[in-house]
Design a protein around this ligand. Structure first.
Ligand code: MG
Length: 392
């Protein structure tokens, strides 16, 4: 049944382009709710709890992991979706799945694996998230993967190189890769997840960064006007928060205000763009020359400043880089070891590697295995194979 609470330009589960393998509808849940539930029950989702966002898991218990990051993205996504009358279940499904393809050790792990895979077609984490839900999860008797709807898969494949888009298009003509070849847009729900991701990590990395001691609020106030504004407003309203022991409340209140304002900005700016473009269906959204979900120009500029600050001062901090150097080495050495001795992987990967006809096919199996590892599993495997302990 058509969902009348949705805006006409939203994705409606009742009009989904469907699943790759036909399935009878569920009696009580929409197809997007069902996608979300499948993602939550997948093993790739559970593994996110031990995967690095910025800080490696053993560095502290209270820093974000890929799992808590994904939950925060889903929370922001849902709340904006409700205001824009988009499909909340679809937004939640895409947000919860968006990082399923991430390697252990965050971007260092991804860069290392991509470097190892250069002769074999490279490694892209968005494409890997799609591989996880399309092929790597083994939970159903009749097919590989989770057999998600087109709309969820469209949102999961956030970026894709032209070469990979051509390969995907060959296997699935007119499917989720088509838009990268013709330059069209994804649904509003998918656009929203991209933005919710950025809003979430900018905010929680400020929080984790300050609590880790690698960056300070004073530094943020100096270099990031977006943060300085809310910090100042908070102190003006609650002068008692300038006391040393109140620092944490000051940090949280400043971040909370910053988050709320970004959310309101996205809702306003997006509503304006939708009012101008007047798309009457999700397909009319896809045919637009650019995305409709986004910040106002002013907020985009300020959010970019914050992102650049975090890049320079947190992600490239000497202490983070040192840990990441060890992580890079582990991924490199794991890759080299399994390429020589694929039988040292888990049985189902051994079987795939041994039936590979080319070196690149074998490398893809090794990349799938490594990408699925949690940080600590990768560290243990590395120690088992090399006798070296590089982390913790
Ligand atoms: Mg993310």
């Amino acid at each position: 049944m058509q969902n009348l609470a949705l805006a006409p330009h939203a994705c409606d589960a009742a009009r989904s382009r469907g699943r790759r393998f036909a399935e009878a509808p569920a009696p009580t849940r929409s197809d997007f709710q069902r996608d979300r539930d499948r993602i939550v029950h997948s093993s790739a989702f559970r593994r996110l709890v031990y995967k690095t966002q910025v800080f490696v898991n053993h560095e502290g218990d209270l820093f974000r992991t890929r799992l808590t990051h994904s939950l925060e993205v889903a929370q922001l996504g849902r709340s904006i979706a409700r205001s824009l009358r988009l499909d909340e279940d679809l937004v939640e499904a895409i947000c919860l799945a968006h990082d399923l393809g991430h390697t252990p050790f965050g971007h260092a792990g991804q860069d290392a694996l991509n470097a190892c895979m250069q002769p074999h077609g490279g490694f892209e984490h968005n494409l890997q998230s799609l591989r996880v839900v399309d092929r790597l999860e083994e939970r159903y008797p009749a097919f590989d993967g989770l057999n998600l709807t087109f709309e969820t898969r469209e949102g999961i494949l956030k970026h894709c190189s032209r070469a990979n888009a051509e390969l995907l298009e060959e296997r699935e003509p007119g499917g989720v890769a088509r838009r990268f070849l013709q330059g069209s847009q994804p649904s509003l729900e998918a656009q929203l997840c991209n933005l919710a991701d950025a809003i979430a990590y900018n905010a929680h990395d400020v929080d984790d960064g300050v609590r880790s001691g690698l960056i300070t609020m004073a530094q943020l106030c100096d270099a990031v006007p977006l943060f300085a504004r809310y910090h100042e407003a908070t102190l003006a309203e609650h002068p008692q928060l300038s006391m040393p022991l109140a620092e944490r409340r000051l940090l949280y209140e400043s971040i909370r205000r910053m988050l709320s304002d970004q959310v309101y900005d996205v809702i306003d700016a997006t509503q304006q763009r939708i009012a101008q473009a007047r798309p009457c269906s999700a397909d009319e959204v896809r045919a637009q020359p650019g995305p409709l979900v986004g910040f106002s120009d002013n907020m985009r500029q300020q959010s970019l400043q914050l992102k650049q600050f975090l890049f320079r001062n947190l992600y490239r901090h000497a202490q983070v880089m040192e840990t990441m150097e060890g992580a890079r080495r582990m991924v490199d050495e794991l890759f080299a070891a399994y390429m020589v001795e694929p039988e040292r992987m888990k049985p189902r990967f051994v079987q795939r590697a041994l039936s590979a006809e080319t070196l690149s096919q074998r490398a893809r199996v090794v990349a799938d295995f490594i990408a699925g590892m949690t940080d600590r599993y990768a560290a243990r495997e590395h120690e088992r194979l090399t006798g070296l302990r590089l982390l913790g």
